[in-house]
Design a binder for this molecule. Structure first.
Ligand code: HEC
Ligand code: HEC
Length: 331
């Protein structure tokens, strides 16, 4: 390799010195020589091809398996074995041997296809990790040696006692229980109510209204839905619904500021609209949520304590719900 490089440099210096038109035959010959030497140098680059078990599996293990493994992997795509990966997901194959640019898996980690993976990002994969996976695809999807340390079962990451709950902890629940419908192209076609649960940003997006009010779980329709305080209860294909641990994890996440994967809390979406459903405990309590009712509130169909109602309003800077309309509902 080193001798090749020295020869290459010599050849190039020769071409530069002899670049006069009268010596074009020599120039041609030296360019040919340089090209030949370059090709000679290639096998050593090819020897660096990544393999699944040695190079790719450790990345997937750390960043993807929390959602893409087990009996109900996100998007129907298991990444916990080479066989599952090659089989692909709901959208078909995700890797094309020799063609990283045509491989959905590569496009997702580069962010060319959305939502970008891992769904918990940012942080996304590092440049070196992305290059490693690209080299593996470009090199023909070689399996390589199975390492002694077999991929262990990956459980959902749980915060340690006293640790802040972040998106990293709740995202696998949304990915495996909600995204099958609340995604661009889910079971019901476009996402119901336009609500995407496939990234941190979309989960908190303001859009027409917010479904997560950082710091105020009771004002978050997302939590009301998984608790069954608001109908229809989510996930819509339940039972089984979420278990008590999952629900309290989501509640803690919202109460602690609905932080992103890096632990930064979200801003209170001052002025954003909400649409909530639940049962009136007293005239200004929706279940456990304090309602700010005043002269600005329109009250329809004479709701009384005990009635199931719909509340429309806005979030003020303290995260409270300023009610614009309170209406009794049939069910
Ligand atoms: C927090 C959960 C989560 C993590 C972590 C995650 N994914 Fe995903 N992944 C999803 C969800 C949900 C979808 C479906 C989203 C959609 O397409 O609307 C998806 C879709 C995909 C798809 C498209 C599948 C298809 O058939 O179209 C690929 C490829 C993919 N993920 C690869 C990865 C890779 C590689 C990693 C790790 C670097 C990763 N994912 C990490 C949740 C996750
Ligand atoms: C089988 C499909 C399906 C699944 C799975 C599902 N949803 Fe839904 N979701 C719907 C439909 C349909 C609606 C609209 C009808 C309604 O409001 O009851 C909806 C509405 C919602 C709403 C109200 C949106 C708004 O604008 O007020 C929230 C919040 C929600 N879902 C959260 C979730 C969460 C969280 C999960 C997972 C724990 C989930 N959904 C799983 C189909 C689904």
């Amino acid at each position: 390799m080193i001798t090749n490089l020295i020869l290459l440099v010599t050849a190039w210096r020769g071409t530069a010195r002899n670049a006069a038109p009268a010596r074009s035959y020599g120039l041609c010959r030296r360019l040919l020589l340089a090209t030949f030497l370059l090709i000679m140098a290639l096998p050593s680059a090819r020897a660096q091809t990544a393999t699944f078990h040695t190079d790719v599996a450790p990345i997937l293990q750390q960043r993807c398996l929390m959602c893409h493994s087990g009996g109900n992997p996100a998007a129907g795509l298991g990444l916990d074995s080479l066989e599952a990966l090659l089989e692909g997901g709901a959208g078909g194959k995700v890797v094309e041997a020799g063609a990283p640019g045509d491989s959905e898996l590569v496009r997702r980690i580069r962010g060319e296809s959305l939502p970008r993976m891992p769904m918990t990002g940012p942080p996304f994969l590092s440049d070196i990790e992305i290059l490693t996976i690209e080299r593996w695809v470009a090199g023909g999807l070689q399996a390589g040696q199975v390492s002694a340390a077999k991929a262990s079962v990956v459980t959902q990451p749980r915060p340690a006692a006293g640790e802040k709950v972040t998106y990293l902890h709740v995202a696998p629940i949304f990915a495996t229980r909600c995204a099958k419908c609340h995604s661009e192209n889910g079971l019901m076609g476009p996402a119901p109510e336009g609500y995407l649960l496939t990234s941190y940003q979309s989960t908190l997006a303001r859009g027409e209204r917010v479904r997560v009010v950082p710091g105020n779980p009771a004002a978050s329709e997302l939590l009301r839905r998984v608790r069954g305080q608001s109908r229809e209860r989510m996930p819509l294909d339940g039972p089984p619904y979420l278990d008590a641990d999952e629900i309290s994890l989501i509640e803690d996440w919202i109460a602690q500021g609905a932080a992103d994967s890096e632990g930064s809390s979200a801003q209170v979406p001052t002025g954003a609209r909400v649409r909530l459903q639940g049962r009136l405990t007293t005239m200004n309590l929706l279940d456990d949520l304090e309602l700010v009712i005043g002269a600005h509130t329109r009250i329809d169909k004479n709701p009384r304590p005990g009635d199931y109602v719909q509340v429309r309003g806005r979030i003020d800077s303290a995260g409270r719900v300023i009610v614009e309309r309170l209406r009794k509902r049939k069910k």
